[in-house]
Design a protein around this ligand. Sequence first.
Ligand code: UDP
Ligand code: MG
Length: 320
Amino acid sequence: MKLSVVIPIYNEEENIKALYDELKGVLDSLGHDYEIIFIDDGSSDTSLAVLETIQQQDPRLVVVSFRRNFGQTAAMSAGFDYATGDVIVTMDGDMQNDPHDIPRFLEKMAEGYDLVSGWRHDRQDPFLSRRLPSMLANKIISVVTGVHLHDYGCTLKTFRKEITRGIRLYGEMHRFIPAIASGMGSRVAEVKVNHRPRRFGKSKYGISRTIRVILDLLTVKFLLSYATRPIQVFGLLGIISGGIGFCIALVLTIERQFFGMSLANRPLLLLAVLLIFMGMQFISLGLLGELQARTYHESQNKPIYTVRKVLGRGRLDGDR
Ligand code: UDP
Ligand code: MG
């Protein structure tokens, strides 16, 4: 078995060397073949120079340097692309994650899990700006995605290689990988990890991240539940909205025709028109979504299902 450790780096010059030494100690003691992939996410300090120096001494290091800052999600995505190991470990480059936790992750993986996620049960970050919003976000993500973990934000995770192949990441979505993976039918587990305060450098995020996470959650929820059947969501909204509008319009018409009531001073008429139009828009949106879903899957030959394994002489039509 080969391990690939993926570490995003954005202005972490004081942390890299110490992290590398600590990580190397742990990995050497494990006895597996391994590689360490540092993704330099367009650092503006000397991080890249530090990485280059270490890389020259250790051929098991891979350094991928971005042209500019693309964000942690992009960095992790690049790590997945360049990884050649059977198991991929992701962790932060600021030494807040403890490499000594890695063996316990591997034990959990050996029990048959496809993805193991860390839980920073004793998180060492400021309460108001980080831990409180994160507590709320974790609750919401847990309820909305139906994948119940305590901590979605912990970067320390391990993945079986096949899991990372099928996942495309955008925005702030690295924290939703367990949800996406579980939506694809992977077995997900959680282990408690040691979390340490940041000693050098600054955190790259603040409270503003919460909003972005919530928006991404919306996307993930939609993709997981309805991406292959958008008309089910938009069509339903359309029928409800259009139906209510139609009923109101019907009542108004009867009142006008049979009871001679005037419509000119009835704001309800506007509401009826609005609801009917919204209903039509929603249904059209759903139909367009259906077209998009077909283009998405059929143009890339992407099946709408995921297969764990095939027994016997099963063969895809396209292989012949
Ligand atoms: N990071 C990155 N690109 C960014 C922001 C952060 O590669 O645009 C890296 C950063 O260097 C660190 C990890 O992502 O290794 C986590 O960042 P940070 O420690 O600031 O997040 P926090 O632990 O405060 O949530
Ligand atoms: Mg950190």
